[in-house]
Design a protein around this ligand. Structure first.
Ligand code: GLY
Length: 389
């Protein structure tokens, strides 16, 4: 009897220890990658040819044609999965869904060509060196700068007649493709346009606490700021979570290319402001100033973008490195938990749940979104490259 009790106690202790042992980031990453690969394979089977995943919510899956701003994220996610695992099926599907975006290299109706082409062809070129992909990226950069007005010093985001010359903070993200192309092609004009756009955004979009407005309308004749407002946030003067995330990622990325101290200072200011608004688990409410916090929906997409940006920024700021990596780790652990990471065969074959697209427009609220998946897998890739456990 005594022996039996001793064995039982040892077994119980072992089980408790196992439950309490923190999963290593390596094991977490491997676990997420294998689930993500299955989601991506199933997504390919579910998609009609030429379509792109958009969202899954309330039991409904929505896709979109390739002109939708998000069309680069699904192939981009698969490029990262291939990079991490060497999975040949991911390589084949990444190529297939990248190459169907080819007509976009000439598409000049909005600023999103940077998201669309660089997440897909950009990662594809980085991993394969395919020269044809480089050509598409160069063409897309030439297309994007047709939207630049030197008087404003910015690339126009949207053509809607509601505004004279709308520029949203999200547009910082498109500069990555321009800076990359400028370096490859030794094109000073592209570089100048990207840097001028970043400087104009830094000067006009931001408030004293490093938070940003979503949209600025400019007078295209003289560059005067006409309106500072929100479209996707709670209020003109609130802090729309994904807008803050785009700003953080954008200025961190611009520092990577230029080593301009002003961009690093801006990125650090944005990071510290964001961290001050994060809930304990690291996943932001859709707007930091949503009036119904803590009942307001979370935005996993903003959490994933912030995690990815903080990992990069941590490498530029040794004195903040530990703090930023601790926040990013907390975010990644939450995103990899049952609440956010969807089991295979559910969630419309998206990886993450609980993002918000456009709450004031009553569109894509608390749904799965393709860019949450992309930046989550990118962040895990960046984490793996740090060589930490
Ligand atoms: N760039 C559009 C969005 O973040 O919703």
């Amino acid at each position: 009897m005594k022996r039996y009790l001793l064995t039982l106690t040892i077994a119980l202790c072992a089980i408790t220890l196992k439950i309490e042992a923190k999963e290593s980031m390596t094991s977490l990453t491997n676990r997420v990658m294998s689930i993500a690969i299955k989601h991506c394979e199933n997504m390919d089977k579910a998609l009609e040819p030429g379509r792109s995943p958009r969202y899954f919510g309330e039991g409904k899956f929505a896709d979109k044609d390739i002109k939708w701003w998000c069309s680069g994220f699904y192939p981009g996610t698969m490029w990262y999965l291939y990079e991490n695992t060497g999975n040949e099926q991911m390589l084949a599907l990444a190529k297939k869904h990248t190459e169907q975006l080819s007509p976009l290299q000439w598409y000049n109706k909005n600023h999103d060509i940077g998201f669309q082409i660089f997440c897909s062809y950009g990662n594809g070129y980085r991993l394969t060196g395919n020269k044809a992909y480089e050509k598409v990226i160069r063409n897309a950069s030439a297309t994007l700068i047709t939207r630049y007005n030197p008087t404003v010093g910015s690339i126009r985001s949207w053509d809607s007649k509601k505004w004279k010359y709308a520029v949203i903070v999200d547009n910082m993200m498109n500069l990555e493709m321009l800076m990359w192309t400028a370096n490859r092609a030794k094109d000073k004009n592209l570089r100048k346009i990207a840097i001028t756009h970043a400087n104009t955004t830094l000067r006009n979009h931001f408030r004293e606490d490093f938070s940003s407005y979503h949209l600025l309308d400019y007078n295209p004749e003289n560059g005067e700021v006409l309106i500072r407002q929100t479209v996707q946030g709670y209020a003109d003067d609130s802090r729309w979570a994904r807008g803050q995330a785009w700003g953080l990622y954008g200025f961190t990325m611009m520092y990577r290319f230029t080593k301009d101290a002003a961009y690093l200072k801006q990125a650090q200011g944005i990071a510290d402001m964001i961290i001050g608004y994060l809930p304990k688990d690291g996943i932001p409410y859709w707007d930091f100033n949503a009036p119904d916090i803590p009942k307001a929906p979370r935005d996993a997409s903003a959490g994933a973008i912030i995690a990815s940006a903080l990992i990069e920024l941590s490498q530029f700021l040794p004195e903040k490195s530990e703090e930023y990596l601790a926040v990013a780790e907390r975010q990644l652990r939450t995103l990899a938990s049952k609440k956010y990471l969807a089991p295979v065969g559910t969630n419309g074959n998206f990886i993450l749940r609980h993002s918000v697209g456009h709450l004031p427009g009553n569109s894509e609220v608390d749904v799965a979104l393709t860019y949450a998946d992309y930046y989550f897998i990118e962040a895990l890739t960046r984490w793996s490259l740090l060589g930490k456990q």
